[in-house]
Design a protein around this ligand. Structure first.
Ligand code: 6PG
Length: 243
């Protein structure tokens, strides 16, 4: 279902670096004055640049002691594995900012995936405030893969998006790697959802989703429709097809 009030707010910058600057500024404004701010992070190449910018140019702009970090998805690997989204965030952000240990709520990729999906769902249920009985993030950051996947909900498993559970076990279509991913149930309940998408490889799917054309509904990213109506896409020009 497409919520009528749902509008994709586009923030287009020239380069990846400028996307990172624009998003960091937005995050600093959004977190300002909040006593508690619950934010789900994404893996991928664009967040990596954003984390670098947050840890340097915006180091003094955000009070991290009020921010709680979660993840939208995690690869089922150890936390020190190069593929771990937690490790990427640790290296590029967490190790460089003043954030209390107890504010970091990682998905434990080293656990049995089914067990971890349940454990993380119940952690979210305890940690987050609720809207109409469903846990609510202040902000969910998402990426979009070239195939239109988001978090770790891939086109071949798009049904997982509609799960009533907050977390599901997903599988990467090529490598078969297992992932623990948030579902639409909790992502679409967030106050704000923000995509970070860069690179020419994203343009085809992005334009189909934006224009709602030719099988766009087959892409999990098209199902991101927060009930709050606050959906932002931070993109570089390449991702919107400007070469
Ligand atoms: C992951 C993700 C995934 C990612 C997209 C985009 O852990 O792989 O969270 O959804 O955000 O694949 O990744 P890029 O920014 O690298 O294109």
């Amino acid at each position: 279902m497409i919520y009528d009030k749902n509008v994709m707010e586009l923030k287009i910058a020239k380069t990846k670096q400028e996307v990172a600057m624009q998003f960091s500024k937005y995050l600093a404004e959004l977190t300002a004055g909040k006593e508690e701010f619950h934010m789900a992070l994404s893996g991928g190449s664009t967040p990596k640049i954003v984390f670098d910018v947050l840890a340097t140019e915006f180091l003094d702009e955000i009070d991290w002691s009020n921010v709680h970090l979660y993840w939208g998805d995690e690869r089922c690997v150890a936390p020190d594995d190069e593929q771990s989204n937690y490790k990427m965030t640790l290296d590029h952000l967490i190790s460089k900012i003043a954030i209390p240990k107890e504010n970091i709520h990682r998905i434990k990729g080293e656990n049995d995936p089914e067990y971890e999906a349940k454990r993380y769902a119940s952690l979210l249920d305890k940690q987050l405030p609720k809207l109409k009985g469903i846990a609510q993030f202040d902000l969910v950051i998402l990426g979009m893969g070239d195939d239109g996947h988001t978090a770790s909900i891939f086109p071949h498993e798009i049904a997982l998006w509609h799960s009533k559970k907050y977390c599901e076990v997903a599988e990467h279509p090529e490598s078969g790697q297992q992932r623990v991913s948030l579902t639409g149930e909790i992502i679409n309940n967030a106050q704000v959802v923000s995509f970070l998408v860069t690179g020419a490889g994203k343009a085809e799917k992005f334009l189909r989703i934006k224009n709602r054309e030719s099988s766009y509904k087959d892409y999990p990213a098209s199902l991101v429709q927060p009930i709050s109506g606050k959906l932002l896409w931070f993109l570089d020009e390449a991702a919107v097809g400007i070469i």
